[in-house]
Design a protein around this ligand. Sequence first.
Ligand code: SF4
Length: 738
Amino acid sequence: MATNLTRRNFLKAASIAAASVPLSQVTAKAQSGVVKAPLVSPGSFKNTQTAVGGVCEMCFWRCQLVGKVRDGRLIKLEGNPKSIDNGEAICARGNAGVAMLYDPDRLKYPLKNVGERGAPKWQRISWEEALDTCATKLKTIIDRDGAKGLCFFGHGSHAKYLMDFLERTVSTPNISEASFFQCRGVRDTAYLATLDIAPDENVDMANAKVIFFTGTHIGENIHLSHAKNYLRGLEQGAKLIVVDPRYSASAAKSHIWVQIRPGTDTAFVLAIMNYLIQNKKYNADFVEEHGEGFAEMAKGIREWTLEKAAEECDVPASQIKEVADLMAANMPHVAIHPGRHTTWYGNDFQRCRALACLTGLLGAIGCKGGLVLPKGPKGLTRINWPYVPHEEDSVLRDVADEHHFSPPGTPTELLRDAAISGKPYPIKGAVICGQNIMQCMPNQEKTIKMLKQMEFVLCVDIMPTDSTMYADILLPDCSYLEKSDFIKTGQQWDLGKDPQQYIAPRMPLVAPGFERKDSIWITNELAKRMGYGDKIPAQNQEELADKALAGVNLSLAKIKAEGGIHVQPGVSPYDDIDDLTVHFYNEDMEDEGYPPIPTYVPIEQPPQGFVRLVYGRTPLHTFNRTANNPWLVNEAKTNPLWVNDKLAARLGLKEGDTIKLTNQDGVTSPTTTTVKVTPGIREDVVYLYHGYGTKNPEMTQAVNRGIDDNSLITKIAVDPESGAHGMRNNFVKIVKVS
Ligand code: SF4
């Protein structure tokens, strides 16, 4: 008899068979001694307690967590069921926080470098000696050169308290955050110059009819509630337009994929706007009510016909028209994503401004499916170091009279040049906290030069990154799972639903191991030794959080009792734009000598024999931050180079070949990677995941794994308006190794 053994039938049959074993036989086995004790596998939740109040920082989205803890040891992380943001979900990196916490390569004790900067020999020292040395060295520089003799590089919530101490109270004007000058600062200042708001990523994709991405690739860049927002939009039928030279995870879901020539996005957006204006397909009522300088912009971009843009962008004119028509047919419910890592070519302010103008042209602001104004809870008390005014003539930006639309802080390139040249003043002390400047600031040779001319370099971190190799003193910070230093606030992820707000202060899920100390303790101890003890705003991390929460009548204890998150009724983010102005033409920009309307600035194209190097994210890593995490390394071991299939054939390359890269300045990657042959990338571009190719042998999982794209970014482009680094202007040749 033929049997139709489907998987379902098989399982049914198996369970019937199991059920047919007499119970007496099962117990008999147990009694016979085969099962001596119930098995508790290391990963089970047996005898665990649930610790609430975690706020993830494996990336910077800061999902809310609970931890399963047994005998003081973290067994597993999960999304906090009370969360109206990420909910119970966390991503692969979030899960791997456990492996980060117990990474044997983590920094454990204060260390002193008794070797050279860049080739350190570490000696364990006491906290007393470490703090006394740091305070003495920093104070010596301040006493001689003033506070402008110090600089600070920081990233993430670990760095904020220390940065505020140095910037506000010590008064150093030389502060550079990677999140501004190597990531999203240019986006925020361009939108501020256009819409008077910094947009973050407050774009209501869940309720959009059209979603428009230029160089945004959600799915590779995972931020959980944002990804949910995006996927809900797609589920509900939104049409997705993706402009990208590469067939990214988002392009794979798109209705229209525009395989654009890199660097020409602004021309593409100008042509869309010109077409909409010429054909009266824009939101005239919105423009009439909120627009300023519309006629000037319309006149100024008239040259950008579909045909001209098609040639510049190397895409069909009909495709630009199709994109524009789709937007016009669905306005204002068009989610034009402002982007996140927006520092590409050094012409980025103009691209971001063009996107903001297009948003205004469609009236896609403050409405369902558009850009919205954040409506998180208000009233938290601002606790900070007291502000001591900067010496006016010491601010690099003012001295150089450059970059009038830069984000807060000092443009990195100005700061680095000043440190190397000693002009307009010497910068001899560097404090680095949570920022891996060797792998985020382009041109590593200049960064090394800057660090080597310092009299003193202090690094505070949790891992021995490539940057920590240049420290004189290296202090071990607690991770985000071992301390309380940040209060995450926001609203429910689907803005179309019942408005709610949340307040989620970070609380430690486990105690710190070894001699690690939180950055609030470290900063306070430094401050006391440097003579600023009377200015300390909070004695410890709990006091800092409680003082902030007092403004909304809450405390850590109260929120812990509520399950780690306080949720309250919220406010709809729609229809609150009465005061909004869209500056299609910006007079302030004109006064400072920049183009007052969004303007396309062409970039250099690859020379003969070279292709452009672009980089991006894998969903399994957050830059180099997670590069040593054994769980994540196991899932994403290296960063294969994406090479177009026709180009690969011409170069005689095949899938899996081992290669190196040499750039236009003759710099060769010190490490290798493999080739991924794909039709999903243009022939003039190759692509790598960022964050690989670690040089520090102390990172035993990450060292020499894949290629560090940043080692090849030697040609620097600086965005004139913002001073941010453009980092996709380097060209490479592929060198086959085997
Ligand atoms: S998106 Fe993932 S890594 Fe980022 S905060 Fe959320 S869980 Fe953590």
